[in-house]
Design a protein around this ligand. Sequence first.
Ligand code: PEP
Length: 251
Amino acid sequence: MRKKVIAGNWKMNKTPAETTVFINELSKVTAGKNNCDIIACVPFVDIQNAVAAAKGTNIKIGAQNVHFEKSGAFTGEISADMLLDLGVEYVIIGHSERRQYFGETDDTVNLRVKAALSAGLIVILCIGELLAQREDGITSEILSMQTKKALKGLTKDQMKNVIIAYEPVWAIGTGKTATAEQANEACLIVRDAVAEIFDKETAENTIIQYGGSMNAKNAAELLAMENVDGGLIGGASLKSADFGIIVDAAQ
Ligand code: PEP
């Protein structure tokens, strides 16, 4: 049985002061709900406050990106060691917004995944097809390729610290959600790709989330699917009541 993982991606929302208030509020909503892992992936500047407020609660803190070099002349970037030093446990890598607006490629995603794992972070790797790719009938090829490229060079052991978030790009922040069947089918395609790279056991043990306009209304149906092991949630993670309902659905 894979444990469900519910992760919020706050994107570029909430100041450090708002973070303290929000995590305090959220920890009341999630108290005692220990049948799934609960993560808040916050902006870099919010990390310190988020870690302090989450101490002693069941909420873990993640970042939304990490650079692949250990240190050096990379103005504006943040290393895995810096995140660890602040108490970060998880990091989102390869989010479609990073791919679309910040030139992230499958190759840099792979470098970031390797750097994060080597430092001891747990990776939430995002993959997903564009609407045009789905309409062209190449979703399966795209998901397999992105999975294989992102995980290139990893060991089976390292895969214990990799969560994959299947996020159809057309569903992110659009209010359009994949149907439960589409989500399940895509997560199975990703699982099959993991089995091809590693083996069936590794694939069966890998947490594969769905992300893309998951909310308080549709979470239960999506999370009930056999291959959907949790959610990566943007908009609905910014309201504690909604996020709480999603956590309840994952219980
Ligand atoms: C995301 O940011 O990963 C995401 C899925 O956003 P939203 O839930 O707002 O679609």
